[in-house]
Ligand binder design. Sequence first.
Ligand SMILES: *[C@@H]1O[C@H](CO)[C@@H](O)[C@H](O)[C@H]1NC(C)=O
Ligand SMILES: *[C@@H]1O[C@H](CO)[C@@H](O)[C@H](O)[C@H]1NC(C)=O
Length: 222
Amino acid sequence: MFLQLFSILALFILPGSLACEGECIVGITDAWIHNITHGPLRSVAFEFHAAVEKLVPSPDKIPGYYGTPLLEDFAKGGLYDKMSDAIFPSFFHGKCADAQGSTPPGCPNPSCSVVCGTPGSLVFHYDKLFSIALGVARTHLQQVVLRPDSPTRKKMETLLLREAGAKRSYIRGRAGSASPSKDLLQRFHGLIDAILKAFTIACQNGSCDWETEMKSYILTFP
Ligand SMILES: *[C@@H]1O[C@H](CO)[C@@H](O)[C@H](O)[C@H]1NC(C)=O
Ligand SMILES: *[C@@H]1O[C@H](CO)[C@@H](O)[C@H](O)[C@H]1NC(C)=O
């Protein structure tokens, strides 16, 4: 009786190799968000800060001050679902099994050339995984910086306006009206618009070469 039950269970469990689920999905999604946030996004945010700082100096030279809303946006979790969906159900999904229900050679680890939801497949198709992750981040960034109604874009504007207001020399409205000059705002918006372009090329100097550590991290999952 016990053996029968076991073999029935085995029928459901054994075909195909282990897919990335639960902790594996969470861990890998978080790893991409972490590396992108601390790598290309951070350098773009600091570049932006340095450019805005030339328009209106920031208080006490807080490092990266004008770029902080950008980094906070990525860190606070708004990107998680988009990243996880794009990597897993949309591309790397399902257990690896051939038509007979057996595991193809190299699967699940470490070199599963079939596109499926195993760590070995994620590693084998690393370039695809990389481009999915960067693409999601870029699309998110585009919404965050370019949409006029984006709360993060508004926060970036608020920081500038606050500093410009605190330093009255940057306010050049009509007598009595405390609004920053049109020219200042135009230049600021130009710098915001340039963020996306900067992000697109931020990985070109090899600073996003996470292949070795990312692959070994992925293979820590069964
Ligand atoms: C990228 O992610 C991997 C896996 O979490 C980690 O080992 C590595 O330190 C990260 N690299 C950077 C530069 O953040
Ligand atoms: C790559 O460029 C970014 C700026 O786009 C810079 O912050 C980073 O330090 C550079 N990395 C290397 C390895 O040159």
